[in-house]
Each structure stands twice: as C-alpha cells, then as structure tokens.
Design a protein around this ligand. Structure first.
Ligand code: LLP
Length: 438
C-alpha cells in the first residue's frame, strides 16, 4: 500500500517512518496517514482532467476524515472541499481553507448553518430540498449576498454497493427526484429567486463503487435533464457534479481502478452524451473522499489478550475496536492486517481480531493472517483512513486515538490522543447530594 516498506529490522514503515517507533512515541491505537499518498491521489485526479483539457473541480469529501491538518493539506493540493455540516465548515475555515472553494452539502442544513455559509462566502450550496431553497432565498435577501447553487438530484441509479451507502436510488432521503418534476420545480423556484445563480446538477450514486457503468448512467441521465432545460427554457448549466464514491482496495477481493481511469471513463461518457445532444461540454466536478484518504490510513494496535475456542477460532484482542472503526460492525466491512513489528515472518496463522468494547460484534477482522502473535506485538490494520476516525466514538469511554501524518521520513501529530480528562470535559459536575460530607 502506498509508500509502505519494510525496514532492516523487519518493521513496517509508513511514509519512511518506522511504525514501531511511532507507536513507542505516541502510544496505540494510533492512526498513521501516508500523506504522500494522499497528495499523489489528489494530483492524479486533477491531472486526469487537465490532461484531457476538461475544466474541473476535484473537491475532497471531508466527511471521510476531517480535522484542521487534513483541511490544510487539501488546501495545499489545490483541492476544493465538500462539507456537510456547520462543524465541518467551521473546522475548514479555522484551518484557513478558502471559503470560495467550499461546497456545502447536506439534506437538513439548518438556518444557522446556511447563514454561516453566507457569512463565510462559500463557493456554492448544494440544494437538497424545497425547505432549504426557501431558506437560501431568505438568507440571500437578509445578507444582501448572492449564492451559486447546485441542484442535487437522485437519478434512480443503483450502484452495486452496501445498502446503507447507496444514495442515488429513487427512494432516498437525499435530493430532488430527477424524473417526476421535482428537479424542474426546484429550478423554477431558484430561477425566480433574486440572488440565486444555478450552476447545474449534482448527484452522488453511492460509495465504494468499482463499476464505471453506474457513473456513466448517472452522467447520461443528468445531461439528459440539462439538455431538456436548454431546449425548453433556454437555460444552460455550466457545471455537472457527479459526486464521489470511487472504490479502493481493502482486501485482495477488491479490484478498484486508478483515479485517472475513473476520471477518463467519466469524461468519455460526458463527452459522448454531450455530443449526442449538442450540449456544450460542462465543467465536471467530482467529490472523492475514500479514494483520497482511505488506503493512506493505517491503524496500529497493541495485541493484548487471546482466547481460543477449540476447533473454531482464536480471538486476538487489540486495544481499540469498534470505537475507532465501526465499519466492520456496521457494514460487515473487511480489512487486512499484518504484524508491524515482525513483517518478515510468514503470516500464516489465523486469528479473529477483536476489539475491547463490551460487544460480541466488536470484531475488526475475521480470519486475519498473522505470524504467531503474542501480547505486546504491534498489529497494523490497513486502509482505515476513510470513515474510521471520522465515525469514531467514545463507546465504553475509550479515548479516541491519536493521528499522525508521515511523509518523507518525517512525521507530525495531526490529532492528539484524547485523555481521560477530555472524556469528562463536557460532563456537568454532579450536584452535591444530601448534607455536607456525604
Ligand atoms: N459526495 C457526497 C454527496 C456524498 O454523500 C459522499 C459520501 C461523498 C461525496 C464521498 O464518497 P466517497 O468518495 O468517500 O465514497 N460511512 C460510509 C460511507 C458513507 C458515504 C456517504 N457519502 C462508509 O464507511 O463506507
């Protein structure tokens, strides 16, 4: 994976940094990002568009992993940004991310969140529903500011992925239905609202998608609608946003494409669909999250207790679990692991890697292959960079892990480990009970 190597001590290195040293210095669980890999992915997405001469915006979907340091990195790489809440917007602005490159998403943005978007001057709002369109219009009047708007639609495309992360089908809480008049009505209202400038259509058909055909179908149906608007209303959309969802390789059963391959196939379909109707080629915007940060992240755990269920399996428990990675428990997501302090030994013993939360379902990997492992060994779980820390919790009051960025043999802290004091920081002091001294 990425710039991972094995050094002469048989230790796993990430971004040129010995993971055993990182674990000694920062403790475990520890999430290590290979930021060189994130940068090369970002550049590959952008280059694939510029090589074809297609105007584009590559927005990092920051729900995949959000903190000040990653926003700074995204800004350094010239990415645009997708945020979905006041909290993400606040963090991005605090990191110095230019507001005009931020796209604001979400199916239930509050008036306060939208006001913040106006006050900060975000680049565009992705309008999701009629209530929101009304609020955007009012806020524009109130603040005296205009706003660029994309209309999010559900094109009725079912990408082949887990139900919970499929978002483009008709029965979805997101967006306007493309085919029953809702999207047309949204355009009508927005065009009649002063200050609103409709950029075009947006869709996101799902996540962890390998199948370029699904993106192609989505592109075709959106361009179909854009062309209908051009013919019926003389309105031409300058932007087509096809969302994110590009798959990555969690296990050897996954066969994703490279960023440039996803993009090239997308460009081909958009060009073909535009040529068929004579539609002027729109700018293509995409929003990769997982494919920018997913396989750049590795979680390091310390091996702890073990239990053999004779004839069935051996559980190897680590010092984190569903509190720092809910994906196996929530989606049945699969991962691979290795023993970071003894990479050169054959990985031929089967373990079920379990977490330390009080739940039987708190398993990270079934049938992981490791060398014979004992207490204190360093277990690396790969590809945890997307929706790992982002979905972490304090279940069982486990402090959330530290996060470090490693690149070119150097590393720096991106998020410090939570302390027990952090855990009670928001708790109200219990009221004194009864008499003094009790
Ligand atoms: N754009 C929109 C509008 C989205 O809803 C999403 C993800 C993305 C972009 C980025 O998708 P990506 O490139 O990361 O696949 N928690 C789930 C994934 C939920 C994705 C939600 N939307 C998981 O852990 O698999």
């Amino acid at each position: 994976y990425g710039t991972q190597t094995i050094n002469s001590k048989g230790h796993l290195e990430i971004g040129g940094t010995d993971t055993v040293r990182l674990a000694d210095e920062h403790g475990t669980p520890l999430i290590v990002y290979d930021t060189g890999l994130i940068r090369s992915r970002a550049r590959a997405f952008k280059k694939a568009f510029s090589d074809e001469g297609v105007p584009a915006q590559v927005a990092y979907a920051s729900k995949a992993f959000s903190c000040l340091a990653i926003y700074r990195l995204a800004e350094e790489e010239g990415l645009a940004l997708d945020v979905v809440s006041g909290g993400e917007l606040f963090t991005a602005i605090r990191a110095g991310f230019p507001a005009e490159r931020i796209h604001f998403h979400g199916n239930n943005k509050s008036r306060e969140e939208l006001r913040m978007a106006f006050e900060q001057g975000v680049g565009c709002i992705v309008a999701d529903n009629f209530m929101e369109i009304g609020m955007i219009g009012e806020l524009s009047k109130e603040t005296g500011r205009g706003m660029d708007v994309l209309i999010r639609v559900t094109p009725g495309i079912e990408a082949h992925t887990h139900d919970y992360i499929t978002t483009g089908q008709e029965d979805s809480k997101f967006g306007f239905d493309l085919n029953n008049g809702q999207a047309d009505e949204a355009l009508r209202i927005l065009s009649e609202t002063p200050g609103m400038h409709v950029l075009g259509l947006h869709c996101h058909i799902g996540s962890q998608i390998f199948d370029t055909e699904a993106f192609g179908l989505a592109a075709r149906s959106l361009i179909g609608k854009m062309d209908a608007w051009r013919r019926e209303k003389g309105f031409v959309c300058p932007v087509l946003n096809l969302g994110g969802g590009f798959g990555i390789r969690y296990t050897e059963d996954d066969h994703p494409l490279e960023p440039d391959e996803y993009v090239r196939s997308m460009i081909l379909t958009v060009k073909a669909a535009a040529a068929e109707t004579g539609y002027p080629l729109p700018e293509i915007w995409i929003e990769p999250g997982r494919s920018l940060v997913g396989d750049a992240g590795t979680t390091l755990y310390t091996a702890g207790s073990m239990k053999t269920v004779p004839g069935i399996r051996t559980y190897l428990a680590v010092d984190g679990g569903m509190s720092d990675n809910i994906r196996p428990a929530l989606y049945g997501a699969e991962y691979t692991a290795a023993l970071a302090n003894r990479m050169k030994l054959p990985h031929d013993t089967r373990y079920t890697i379990a977490g330390k939360c009080c739940e039987s379902g708190d398993k990270l990997i079934e049938n992981a292959r490791l060398p014979e492992t004992s207490e204190g060994d360093l277990v690396a779980v790969f590809c945890t960079g997307a929706y790992g820390y982002a979905m972490a919790s304090n279940y069982n009051r486990l402090p959330r892990p530290a996060v470090v960025f490693a690149e070119n043999g150097e590393h720096r802290l991106a998020i410090r480990r939570e302390t027990y004091e952090d855990l009670i920081r928001l708790d109200a002091e219990p009221a004194a009970v009864g008499k003094e001294g009790m």
